[in-house]
Design a protein around this ligand. Structure first.
Ligand code: SAH
Length: 228
């Protein structure tokens, strides 16, 4: 079933072409000339206009980050697609996301894997994302309000971990909760300064290797609620 009206469907196709162009432009740096067809298919099936504030609906399919309130953002579609591709999701995977925000990346992941667990620090964002994703018919995800630095040990180990806020370092609890042989995708760097998108691969014997993929700009991973 399509979750689109005809106008938004054609805007979404424009966004998909923009993502493909960005991938080509950054090809050398990201070591790929195209993203997996299943990733592009998931990006074309999630209705981004349902995840942005009402006054920004007309910009929903622009390939740019947008404000979602509480000083937070919905990530740029190219970055959502790239991070999802780097995670190598498979239909039988269980994935942990840190930084639910409006739930857009959560929805893209839930389209591709068996189960998504997502943590959001700000209670109103967690509540509205949960309500939105239920309304859109997603039933293979759980959202909890809490500090994602500590992960969600009850459901560990995970087949993949994705962090959508910039950490100053790779959180130890998240490394522990990752299955050997799998990877975590995380922006690392100083708040509002230069940040790198990093892929952390955990080998079968539990050792980790990190690879930097791209310069990025994310809101910071906080350890306590931002002031109003
Ligand atoms: N995944 C979103 C991006 C959200 S922006 C998307 O699809 O567009 C990053 C989010 O991380 C914000 O909502 C912010 O509140 C949240 N965040 C920041 N620090 C956090 C922490 N320690 N634990 C959980 N969420 C956190």
């Amino acid at each position: 079933m399509s979750l689109f009206h005809r106008d938004s469907e054609s805007s979404c196709q424009g966004m998909i072409q923009e993502i493909a162009r960005d991938v080509t432009r950054s090809g050398e740096r990201i070591h790929r000339h195209a993203l997996g067809p299943s990733i592009m298919d998931a990006m074309s099936r999630v209705p981004r206009h349902q995840f942005v504030p009402a006054d920004l609906v007309n910009s929903a399919y622009v390939n740019a980050p947008l404000p979602i309130g509480r000083g937070q953002t919905i990530s740029q579609p190219f970055i959502v697609a790239l991070m999802t591709d780097l995670l190598c999701p498979e239909p039988d995977h269980t994935v942990l996301e840190v930084g639910t925000g409006c739930g857009y990346q959560t929805a893209v992941l839930a389209t591709l894997v068996r189960q998504v667990y997502s943590l959001e620090l700000i209670p109103d964002l967690a509540d509205s994302a949960r309500e939105r994703l239920l309304r859109l018919g997603f039933n293979n995800l759980q959202i909890r309000c809490g500090d994602g630095y500590r992960g969600w040990p009850e459901h560990a180990p995970y087949d993949g971990i994705i962090v959508t806020a910039a950490a100053t370092h790779v959180p130890g609890p998240l490394v522990e909760q990752l299955k050997p042989g799998r990877c975590m995708v995380i922006p690392v760097g100083k708040p509002h300064r230069s940040q790198q998108l990093i892929v952390v691969r955990k080998s079968k014997n539990g050792q980790c290797r990190s690879e930097s993929v791209l310069d990025v700009a994310f809101v910071p991973l906080r350890r306590s609620l931002p002031e109003h």
